[in-house]
Design a protein around this ligand. Sequence first.
Ligand SMILES: *[C@@H]1O[C@H](CO)[C@@H](O)[C@H](O)[C@H]1NC(C)=O
Ligand SMILES: *[C@@H]1O[C@H](CO)[C@@H](O)[C@H](O)[C@H]1NC(C)=O
Ligand SMILES: *[C@@H]1O[C@H](CO)[C@@H](O)[C@H](O)[C@H]1NC(C)=O
Ligand SMILES: *[C@@H]1O[C@H](CO)[C@@H](O)[C@H](O)[C@H]1NC(C)=O
Ligand SMILES: *[C@@H]1O[C@H](CO)[C@@H](O)[C@H](O)[C@H]1NC(C)=O
Ligand SMILES: *[C@@H]1O[C@H](CO)[C@@H](O)[C@H](O)[C@H]1NC(C)=O
Ligand SMILES: *[C@@H]1O[C@H](CO)[C@@H](O)[C@H](O)[C@H]1NC(C)=O
Ligand SMILES: *[C@@H]1O[C@H](CO)[C@@H](O)[C@H](O)[C@H]1NC(C)=O
Ligand SMILES: *[C@@H]1O[C@H](CO)[C@@H](O)[C@H](O)[C@H]1NC(C)=O
Ligand SMILES: *[C@@H]1O[C@H](CO)[C@@H](O)[C@H](O)[C@H]1NC(C)=O
Length: 559
Amino acid sequence: MAADLPSSSSSSGVARALAHHHQAVLGFLLGLFVSLVLYTTVSGQFRSTSTIVVLQSTQAERTGQISMTSPPPVSSASSPPNNSTQVHDHIENGQTGEVIKTTGKEDLEDKNVAHATDVNNKTGNAQADKIDQLGQPANNASDKGYLIRQDGADGNNGSVKHGAPGKPICDLSDPRYDICEISGDARAIGVNRTVLYVPPAEERDTDGQEWAIKDQSRKQLVDIIEVNVKTLSAAQSLVAPECTSRHAVPAVVFAMNGLTSNPWHDFGDVLIPLFITTRAYDGEVQFLVTEIQSWFVDKYRLILTNLSRYDIVDFNKDAGVRCYPHITVGLRSHRDLGIDPARTPRNYTMLDFRLYIRDIFSLPPDSQGTPYKEANKKNETDGIDDGTEKQKPRLMLINRSGNRKFVNVPEISAAVQAAGFEVLVEEPSRDVRLEEFSRVVDSCDVLMGAHGAALTSFFFLRTGAAMLQVVPWGVDTAMRYFGVQAKEMMLQDVEYNIAAEESTLYEKYGKDHPMISDPESIHKQGWELTRQYFWLEQDIRINTTKFASMLHQLFQTLA
Ligand SMILES: *[C@@H]1O[C@H](CO)[C@@H](O)[C@H](O)[C@H]1NC(C)=O
Ligand SMILES: *[C@@H]1O[C@H](CO)[C@@H](O)[C@H](O)[C@H]1NC(C)=O
Ligand SMILES: *[C@@H]1O[C@H](CO)[C@@H](O)[C@H](O)[C@H]1NC(C)=O
Ligand SMILES: *[C@@H]1O[C@H](CO)[C@@H](O)[C@H](O)[C@H]1NC(C)=O
Ligand SMILES: *[C@@H]1O[C@H](CO)[C@@H](O)[C@H](O)[C@H]1NC(C)=O
Ligand SMILES: *[C@@H]1O[C@H](CO)[C@@H](O)[C@H](O)[C@H]1NC(C)=O
Ligand SMILES: *[C@@H]1O[C@H](CO)[C@@H](O)[C@H](O)[C@H]1NC(C)=O
Ligand SMILES: *[C@@H]1O[C@H](CO)[C@@H](O)[C@H](O)[C@H]1NC(C)=O
Ligand SMILES: *[C@@H]1O[C@H](CO)[C@@H](O)[C@H](O)[C@H]1NC(C)=O
Ligand SMILES: *[C@@H]1O[C@H](CO)[C@@H](O)[C@H](O)[C@H]1NC(C)=O
């Protein structure tokens, strides 16, 4: 349920998002690059040079003998995705057409350099047509791939045959990601970035086949280094490298680099895609990670160790020949920080994901109301509501530093308190310990921040709690990057769209500058300018008078 807040109604956000979509080109460009800025503007200072921890697998010992893994529990067999399933994915798909190329790694580490300047000029109807085509799902896209086949949807009754006929299927059709599914005799050689399929003798061909796969969810990123997937020819099969370890469970090869470093990308590019790709294995899967990031493994250990109960393998350094009954190379992804339930093995939704995350972090079950409601309820049942000082709803105020920061935090805090809230000012860094931080977020009724990656902490909120997004002047991705997700996860999605006067750009450039009088004209001039003005140069001075009326309404919804 979204708060009915007049000037901030999120339906206007939807309208904007749709309007945005109609300007296919703009949407196409903005979508990706704006997300890159979420990354660049937060992550630069955090790039770590720490050495990577080698996580040696002990799985070889534990599963010295091959035994067939049991399939994930059979859910009702669902049909393959067909062309009616993806209408709402067009906007997102549109952002990531395969024509996109990003610039080099240096740029990714430089806060002030655009990632993808070479596509700013990709305009015109040809491009729009292409987007629409890309948005169409392939009927045979192996989106539910391996898991579906296990679930019996393709004719067997659920008994899995890992050695079942089938060549490696590398599906390059999705605009966001490439993926390979290899069933049977699959061999992974980490130091060679190679995954081999050795076909059974009767199926061998004189020719092999080979793919180069970017093993993460944004296949257009130059940073993601390809993994080679090969079907061996008859001749090659005879001299295939011998297994040095055999494993009973499937493996998934994926990269941990790319745009990871800020939570929006950590979740959107890796953790949610990993959830989509592997959750149905119920932990019975091993991760072979390319470009492993020790900080990422540490920070998200709870999630990673739940999705896979086996040791994470630092694949770049792994010299063995690891043999699995099934290997997936790559991660599926449906949209920015999102899930399309129809394309997942068990119809997972974003709500499922939030509840899963809460579960993993041992936060209270969903039957618990928001902290404020819960406190009210307790006192009612205890009959001690004697009018003594009441617990207040608690609002976490994310205090960004750098760009898009609030320049009048003390005034905002005072307004929040005056409206009846307890306020908690937080500045989560990349190294924040999520085990603790998740509890703090869980204890809040409202998570407030300017459009930016820190709002990704909304996964730790309780059902019915509010995400209060302060939308900077000229920024129009509020719904797409956070609002839609908040709604899907049964959080209140509240947007406070600042007026021009609340932007420091107004003071700096005056009311007659086009960026104030006509932000759309800036958008039309391309991402570089849009980014420079609205994303990097702008800070926010909230008009607390105006803001107070919204706070009062929000307060009502929480009682
Ligand atoms: C699409 O789904 C509908 C309903 O499940 C089904 O009747 C139809 O055959 C499907 N179309 C394709 C092309 O799979
Ligand atoms: C964009 O493309 C048009 C036509 O291809 C070209 O004339 C124009 O110079 C390009 N603009 C930029 C900024 O590259
Ligand atoms: C989908 O199936 C059709 C025919 O069944 C085939 O021509 C096409 O190559 C397949 N596409 C993919 C991505 O497998
Ligand atoms: C499933 O199929 C296998 C082999 O086709 C057969 O042995 C088994 O009895 C079947 N199980 C059920 C429950 O139908
Ligand atoms: C890795 O590749 C190199 C060069 O192609 C090859 O000599 C070596 O045998 C490969 N390693 C394994 C384990 O196959
Ligand atoms: C993952 O977490 C769920 C609870 O959400 C738990 O039931 C399951 O056993 C965990 N799996 C692993 C592999 O730890
Ligand atoms: C997934 O959703 C589809 C369509 O909404 C439905 O037909 C199917 O039964 C669902 N599958 C599961 C496992 O819930
Ligand atoms: C409930 O009662 C306790 C003890 O009187 C008090 O500290 C707390 O603030 C009350 N909470 C609410 C929401 O009234
Ligand atoms: C917010 O952050 C700024 C700088 O990043 C800092 O100076 C200020 O003290 C912080 N405010 C609070 C209330 O923590
Ligand atoms: C703040 O907002 C109030 C109410 O909308 C308005 O009357 C006032 O002029 C604004 N103050 C400034 C400094 O813009």
